[in-house]
Design a protein around this ligand. Structure first.
Ligand SMILES: [Zn+2]
Ligand SMILES: [Zn+2]
Length: 153
């Protein structure tokens, strides 16, 4: 993976956490490292991340994982994707200015990514007008994928 894709260094994470009055912990760094090492297009649930942490001999509770995912999403490091109510997946926020968007199948939870400059443009325009610094711009389309449509006939 190119280092250009990796937005956050250890120092940046530390600085941002400190700025928000949050502690920089080895576990938070580990979670960042794991997301940075995942291939593009990987969207993980808290449970999947928790399993990987346990596999790496990290002693961490699922509730700490949930909390950390929430914090890192609010910081703009991760993107949160709601597949269904209370069923969220996370991915690394690689490029706030040129994001990809998602097509989500509500039957099988398949996720397709797509880029659409028009969406980013509209989002950027609104943010500029209101004086916002954009952390994420995400369009989620919920539907039924072709495979699931065929199975219903
Ligand atoms: Zn994605
Ligand atoms: Zn489907």
């Amino acid at each position: 993976m190119s280092t250009l894709n990796v937005m956050y260094s250890d120092e940046m994470l530390k600085q941002q956490l400190n700025d928000q009055g949050l502690r920089f912990t080895p576990q938070r760094l580990k979670i960042l490292k794991i997301f940075q090492s995942l291939p593009r297009g990987t969207h993980w649930s808290a449970e999947e991340l928790h399993e990987e942490l346990l596999a790496q001999a990290e002693r961490i509770s699922l509730s700490t994982v949930y909390r950390t995912l929430h914090i890192m999403t609010r910081m703009g490091i991760l993107r949160e994707l709601e597949l269904a109510e209370e069923h969220k997946h996370y991915e690394l926020n690689r490029s706030p200015s040129g994001q990809h968007h998602h097509l989500i199948c509500v039957h099988c939870n398949r996720i397709l990514e797509f880029a659409e400059a028009g969406v980013d443009k509209i989002g950027g325009k609104q943010a500029d007008a209101m004086g916002y610094h954009v952390l994420d711009c995400q369009l989620n389309l919920y539907g039924v994928c072709p495979d699931c449509q065929n199975q219903r006939h």
